[in-house]
Design a binder for this molecule. Structure first.
Ligand code: ZN
Length: 106
């Protein structure tokens, strides 16, 4: 679980990491795609809204080109981006099937 928590941090404010990755994947729709497919980023600094050029150079969080969610992780994070990894992340964070342990019966 600690690994998944650490991996999840790579899905936000990850622009530099994504752009230096060879491939990336989405934890929401479990698609694998090249970083070039990402066309939208969220979380840009509000101070640069009036300057599109500055905004395009600043950080941001990758939005999945397939489902639009902030759930993209690149292989430059150190994690191997494959279907098994993305499925595990998907189950942990979007279906929440392995986070909660059953409560002990009283
Ligand atoms: Zn997606």
């Amino acid at each position: 679980m600690a690994d998944l928590l650490a991996a999840y941090r790579h899905t936000t404010d990850n622009r530099a990491e994504i752009e230096s990755s060879r491939s990336c994947g989405c934890c929401s729709c479990v698609q694998i795609f090249p970083p070039d497919d990402i066309v939208a980023w969220s979380g840009l600094d509000a101070s640069s809204f009036d300057d599109p050029d500055a905004a395009s150079l600043s950080g941001g969080t990758a939005l999945c080109p397939h489902c639009g969610r902030e759930a993209v992780i690149g292989d430059n994070s150190g994690y191997r981006i494959d279907a098994a990894f993305l499925t595990t992340m998907n189950e942990a964070w979007f279906q929440r099937t392995i986070i909660r342990k059953p409560q002990p019966k009283r």
